[in-house]
Write a protein that binds this ligand. Structure first.
Ligand code: ZN
Length: 771
């Protein structure tokens, strides 16, 4: 006879083993089991049967009704013992039927002698002013091989309509004629191979978050992270427990967390030099290599395959099977590949590169056999066809191995739905999944490093401008319910599902890469705002290692942590080791100080030590000491320092060099100080006048976010309606009174504190400002 406790344990095990998929954006029927893995009986109840029935059938709300939150309750029964478990589900409203108002005439450039397929998409304006992509039916065949340079015109119709579509194809005379000679103007000091020792100094929110995450990384069981890999490859799992959530043995995205974890370890090692991170990384890489070899011995497997599941999901994707039967196999594989490449990049583990190369070869062999139309169809399948930054990883592989074939494989992931509007400088992001596409742009820019093909750079730069200008919340995050929406739709879309964390992670990565080519201060303004107000506050202060999925921006929001090994948990493990990755750059005898983060860098290659001091409560004051380590060996030489003049700076900047007041010379968003290293160490003191300022939303102008310097200030309140602040003609400083030294500001009965300090409280990032 089983005891009650044993029966309770059976139920607990069954609850843990249940995995229902990504419940934040449900569009398809759910697979709700009626029996648990260990034998408990499960019954289901829905809080709204019209939308979600107890058998899992989903009927999405009609367009205009909005996404609906449903409580799905499972009752697990084993003998006389039972327990309920509640799942919060968001069912997305149906997509709108559009009336087309205008079809854009589009242009593309094509190289002579290279096969070209007419795009499957065009861009239209809808009746209500939205700009979106639509499928096209061409009047003739899609595949063309242009033997001669010149301009060619093609026509067709928007699919299932009579709306005419035109495309101008400009065939360039020489192969790869559209080359741009843009070179990187600066490099991040944290990227140089011998960057030396990087260190965050105590006493900043960045330091706290990094410590918090590193403790989590150290606490994780590596055999658990290998569980599904070993099981799939037919190797013993060594008494490890399985992972949970998206990574559970039933989860179709399993293995992605292990990939992120590899990157997280590599970055943690790079940012601290602590040996334990490298030891853990080495163990994982070595064991993954064993899994890769074991897969190679299985029948029907091509060499190089490595995954936490079989090849089946890849087979099914080629047959266009949709989510939830399969779930983004190339996305998961990208995380594993990126983790291996980062292990090589930051810990110089040669085995990691070898395993990654095997995987790259497997991907190449698999995909190059497929027709371009088949690839296009696969990548266009929502969720199932998502492939992360596969193109980026393949270019890294090319850089590390010199095998140009990987550049061609990266090209197999070109996604015209995204590229075509960008190439034509049209913002057609509405209705496009944010974090599915940002990594594709990163990959394109990475390819530009290798090939210098102009459109790749131009599309990436245009994408960044459009996203940060028209699709970004005040905290720097993008997207609502994971999607981009119509241009400037911000205030009308403040919900519990705003600003997915991993999208910001990727926007920051893109920002840094663009900055290397164009060291523009506004790139780094965005970087600071997003890191400080989305990435730092996104981490659970309770040292659970969990990050927010969405960062809710509706009134009366509260941060939620889901503990399901989501995409955002994955990027969250990496983010907190990256604070210095865009702080210090070097180029043309100039040191760029972009982020104001207390830190110390021993830059051996350059021959300098840089120490930066600052206090969280006084973001306006920055102190730097730059020391030349040895006059003889010092190459390259720093002749000047450019300090970003942040966009929150109000008024005249005070600069002291070696304690002497100097006129702060300003150049395109930077304060420039010429340096002379005769004394060995140069001390810089900077004061940026810092005060309160606001950002409003373009669509609902009264909705406002308050900032103090770089910090978003959130009102601590559990009110579910936006609080109203009466402004009148008073300056902000008289409305909000700072509470002594602390960053607490009082206004009309409400307290506002920096968002990064929010823990359990409910808050409002946006409130109504009235005259
Ligand atoms: Zn995510």
């Amino acid at each position: 006879m089983m005891t009650t406790t044993e029966k309770q344990n059976v139920i607990e095990e069954d609850i843990r083993a249940i995995y229902l998929g990504n419940l934040n954006t449900v569009e398809f029927n759910l697979d709700l089991p009626t029996k648990g893995k260990n034998g408990s009986i499960i019954t289901w109840e829905s809080s709204h049967e019209g939308i979600l029935q107890p058998d899992g059938t989903v009927r999405r709300p009609a367009y205009g009704m909005g996404n609906r939150k449903i409580e799905l309750t499972a009752t697990f029964t084993y003998g006389e013992v039972c327990k309920t478990q509640v799942y919060d589900i968001t069912v997305l409203e149906e997509v709108k039927k559009d009336t087309i108002q205008k079809v854009y005439p589009l242009k593309v450039k094509v190289n002579k002698g290279k096969e070209y397929m007419l795009p499957a998409y065009t861009v239209v304006d809808t009746e209500d002013g939205d700009t979106i992509v639509k499928e096209v039916q061409w009047d003739e065949k899609r595949m063309h091989l242009f033997e001669n340079a010149g301009t060619y015109f093609f026509s067709g119709k928007v699919k299932d309509t009579k709306e005419a579509v035109t495309l101008e194809v400009q065939v360039l005379g020489e192969s790869k004629a559209d080359i741009c000679n843009k070179e990187k103007k600066v490099i991040s000091i944290s990227d140089t191979e011998d960057a030396g020792h990087l260190e965050l100094l105590e006493g900043s929110p960045y330091y706290e978050a990094q410590q918090n995450m590193h403790a989590y990384l150290k606490s994780q069981n590596l055999d658990q992270l290998l569980y599904s890999f070993r099981e799939a490859a037919g190797l013993p799992v060594r008494q490890a427990k399985p992972m949970r959530g998206w990574d559970s043995p039933e989860g179709l995205l399993r293995g992605h967390t292990t990939g992120h974890f590899l990157t997280a370890l590599a970055l943690a090692y790079h940012s601290t030099g602590e040996a334990c991170f490298k030891e853990k990384s080495d163990y994982l890489v070595e064991e993954l290599q064993k899994c890769q070899e074991a897969f190679g011995r299985l029948e029907g497997y091509q060499k190089g395959f490595l995954s936490a599941y079989s090849q089946e999901q890849f087979d099914l994707l080629e047959q266009y099977v949709t989510y939830p039967k399969i779930w983004a196999p190339y996305y998961t594989m990208h995380k594993i590949l990126a983790g291996l490449i980062d292990s090589y990049r930051f810990t110089r583990n040669e085995t990691a590169l070898k395993v990654a190369e095997g995987l790259g070869d497997w991907i190449t062999a698999r995909l190059k056999k497929l027709h371009p139309e088949q690839l296009e169809k696969m990548w266009s399948i929502y969720i199932a066809g998502e492939f992360g930054g596969m193109n980026e990883s393949l270019i890294w592989l090319y850089e590390y191995t010199g095998k140009t074939g990987y550049i061609e494989t990266a090209g197999l992931f070109d996604n015209e739905k995204l590229l075509l509007p960008l190439e034509n400088h049209i913002d057609a992001l509405s209705g496009i999944h944010a974090n599915q596409h940002i990594p594709q742009i990163i990959g394109m820019l990475k390819r530009f490093d290798a090939t210098k093909e102009a459109p790749d750079y131009e599309r990436a730069a245009f994408f960044w401008d459009v996203v940060t200008r028209f699709h970004t919340y005040s905290i720097g995050g993008v997207g609502e319910a994971e999607m981009f929406h119509a241009r400037n739709r911000i205030g009308g879309l403040l919900s519990g599902s705003t600003a997915e964390s991993c999208a910001s992670y990727n926007m920051l990565k893109l920002t840094k890469m663009l900055y290397e080519y164009e060291p523009r201060a506004d790139y780094m303004d965005y970087y600071e705002r997003t890191v400080l107000n989305h990435i730092v506050p996104g981490l659970d202060k309770k040292k659970t290692g969990e990050s927010t999925y969405f960062f809710p921006l509706k009134a009366g929001a509260k941060r939620e942590f889901l503990f399901e090994n989501s995409c955002c948990h994955g990027t969250g493990m990496e983010s907190h080791s990256k604070y210095l990755d865009s702080a210090y750059f070097y180029g043309d005898e100039t040191l760029y100080i972009n982020q104001f983060i207390p830190s110390k860098i021993l830059w051996e290659k350059g021959g300098y030590e840089i120490v930066q001091y600052g206090e969280s409560n006084h973001p306006e004051k920055i102190v730097l000491e730059i020391s030349r380590l040895s006059k003889e060996s010092a190459r390259p030489i720093i002749k000047r320092v450019k300090l970003r003049k942040p966009d929150w700076c109000q008024g005249e900047v005070k600069l002291k060099v070696n304690q002497e007041i100097q006129v702060a010379e300003e150049q395109e968003g930077y304060i420039v100080a010429d340096l002379c290293f005769e004394q060995g160490t140069v001390g810089l003191e900077l004061e940026y006048p810092c005060g309160l300022h606001i950002r409003t939303t373009p669509d609902v102008p009264e909705l406002t976010t308050l900032f103090y310097g770089p910090y978003v200030l959130a009102a601590v309140t559990d009110e579910l309606e936006y609080i109203h602040v009466k402004k009148g003609d008073k300056p902000l400083e008289t409305l909000w009174k700072r509470d002594g030294e602390e960053l607490i500001f009082h206004c009309q009965g409400y307290s506002f504190i920096p968002l990064y300090q929010i823990d359990e409280q409910t808050y409002q990032v946006y409130f109504v400002m009235e005259d």
